[in-house]
Design a protein around this ligand. Structure first.
Ligand SMILES: Cc1cc2nc3c(=O)[nH]c(=O)nc-3n(C[C@H](O)[C@H](O)[C@H](O)COP(=O)(O)OP(=O)(O)OC[C@H]3O[C@@H](n4cnc5c(N)ncnc54)[C@H](O)[C@@H]3O)c2cc1C
Length: 532
């Protein structure tokens, strides 16, 4: 036992959720924020579209609630939806006060207001944005503000390995004590003690071969919580973004939903449109319908991709509304004002995650989960576009309020057991990690992707069992590296997705299986909750 680095609050993750929580509590507590790579390595930085909030006079909270419930296909928690939606305006104002410059417009009488975009599933324009690089604008400001605050310590290149859980002597109930963290530059494992730990580690979409997410999205927080004894919910609902750029040099670049919102048409290589065959809302149908339609057209015609065409709009309009997409595509030789953009679906958002209540509390006292790592009940079986950044902000605030009331009374975390690596050596066959990583992401894509079947799920589970055993042996024998830690977490996440998908004997929201193609309306919709 040693006296570790001690903080009041340990926040694992420096995206929109983690940094906004840290800022809200920093006047009251000493906070450590960890990032696995650089501070802007999370999905937040890459968000293009924006943040949903009811700001238009013709819009209403009830309408935003209704749209969210519709998207969630019977599985949203209505109370979570109401809480989140009704806090939208307040959180946008908070971000503005921190310094985020959202795109504005002027009315004829000279009044300035937020410019609002419209995206799939929303029945009104309600997406606040900073051109098409909202996440970058939000991240940069949150990073600046946290860097300025004397009570916040930010550590890059620190990978949380496992949570440290203690059990009370009187009734052996668990409580959080901190985490073991690998400093990936020095390769040393540190023990960090804290009264409160907040998981803000983002999603798990890198479990799939094609993903719009940055490298860090390996579901670490979900795996950490699961190993620590938390329930995990609704992991079968993985959202595939319909339109990821299809280009050999750029495999994770997303073409925002807003392009379809502003009139972009999906076409086949011969120029013909196809969305009218799938949904009356055509390109503005919910994401799962658009993703399945593209997947089906690609398989039916044996083509590599379909195309998204916005070139019929004036070139100035396109450049002004989509400057990032325009520049990125142009750098790859695609002028989107003149030609259609090649696109494929890719894993984009993890609707399930660590089960939390309305204050972001998990099953372990002192452990909170916020942002994409959590399952709050907002998204149900399908996330509506731009509701996720809103969820990050609202639940960061709610967790902060809850923590703020009790932090002063909590005892110091005390000493924690040392990390023991006396029985492991340096790896002599790193190829096992890279090979297994590739294999996992391939079979998840092929067997547990947009369209599932019982047979494919059992094949995936069979392969997973073998990988799981190999990785457990490898983890027991060798010193930890970031790649090994991520793979160990991805295997858990993959298992949780497959088990949840096997459990659901119907198609609902994002979960589509050919064996049960209909939604089971004979009984009330049920969440899939896995117990550790
Ligand atoms: C391309 C793209 C576009 C999107 N566009 C939108 C949009 O327009 N609107 C919207 O609402 N949503 C959008 N989303 C989704 C949204 O961006 C994410 O859901 C949200 O940003 C998640 O924020 P977060 O704070 O939970 O996690 P992230 O922003 O992903 O941050 C996770 C953090 O955790 C750290 N971390 C992870 N594991 C560990 C570990 N083991 N140890 C230490 N640190 C760790 C990472 O380094 C990172 O700092 C988009 C997502 C993508 C990928």
């Amino acid at each position: 036992m040693t006296n570790p680095d001690t903080f009041d609050i340990l926040v694992i993750g420096s995206g929109g959720a983690g940094l906004s929580l840290a800022l809200r509590l920093a006047d009251q507590a000493r906070i450590l924020v960890l990032s696995k790579v650089s501070l802007n390595s999370g999905s937040t930085y890459h968000a293009q579209g924006g943040i949903s909030a009811v700001l238009d006079v013709n819009d209403s909270i009830e309408s935003h609630i209704k749209d969210t419930l519709n998207s969630g296909a019977g599985l949203c928690d209505p109370e979570t939806v109401r809480i989140t939606v009704s806090q939208g305006k307040k959180n946008i104002e908070w971000l503005k006060n921190q310094g985020v410059e959202f795109t504005e417009q002027q009315s004829k009488d000279g009044k300035t207001s937020f410019h609002l975009n419209r995206e799939g599933g929303h029945s009104h324009r309600r997406i606040v944005h900073t051109a098409d690089a909202t996440g970058k604008a939000v991240s940069q400001i949150l990073i600046e503000r946290t860097q300025e605050h004397p009570n916040i310590t930010l550590l890059e290149n620190h990978n949380a390995i496992d949570l440290i859980i203690k059990h009370k002597q009187e009734d052996s109930s668990p409580y959080i004590q901190g985490a073991y963290v690998l400093d990936t530059l020095s390769n040393k494992v540190k023990s960090i003690a804290a009264k409160i730990v907040v998981l803000a580690t983002g999603g798990a979409n890198k479990v799939y071969l094609y993903s719009t997410n940055p490298q860090i999205s390996t579901g670490d927080g979900i795996a950490l919580a699961w190993r620590a004894g938390c329930r995990i919910s609704n992991m079968e609902f993985m959202q595939f973004h319909p339109t990821c750029l299809f280009h050999p040099k750029e495999r994770s670049f997303l073409i925002s939903e807003a392009v379809r919102g502003e009139g972009g048409k999906l076409i086949l290589p011969d120029g013909s449109e196809f969305m009218h065959h799938y949904d009356p809302q055509k390109e503005l149908a919910p994401r799962d319908i658009v993703a399945r339609a593209i997947d089906n057209e690609i398989k039916k015609h044996g083509i590599d991709c379909v195309y998204l065409d916005i070139s019929h709009k004036p070139a100035d309009f396109v450049r002004q509304h989509f400057p990032t997409i325009y520049k990125q595509c142009l750098s790859l030789g695609i002028d989107i004002t003149q030609q259609p953009i090649p696109v494929v679906p890719a894993a984009h958002y993890t609707c399930g995650g660590v089960l939390t209540n309305h204050d972001a509390i998990t099953d372990i006292p002192g452990l909170y989960a916020i942002g994409e790592v959590a399952c709050t009940g907002l998204h149900g079986a399908n996330r509506m576009a731009s509701n996720s950044l809103l969820e990050c902000l609202v639940f960061a605030e709610r967790a902060a309020n809850h923590i703020s009331k009790k932090i002063a009374e909590l005892p110091d975390p005390g000493s924690v057991p040392d990390w023991d690596d006396s029985r492991v050596s340096d790896s002599d066959e790193e190829v096992v990690v890279s090979h297994n990583w590739d294999e996992l992401r391939h079979f998840m894509w092929d067997y547990v992707g947009i369209v599932r079947t019982n047979k494919r799920l059992s094949r995936a589970m069979h392969r997973l069992e073998i990988l799981k055993q190999e990785i457990a042996e490898y983890y027991g024998d060798f010193r930890v590296t970031s790649d090994l830690l991520e793979l160990r977490n991805l295997v858990i996440v993959a298992e949780l997705i497959i088990r949840s998908a096997q459990h659901r004997k119907e198609s609902r929201g994002l979960h589509y299986t050919q064996d049960y193609p209909e939604t089971d309306n004979s009984k009330p919709a049920q969440n899939t909750i896995l117990f550790p």
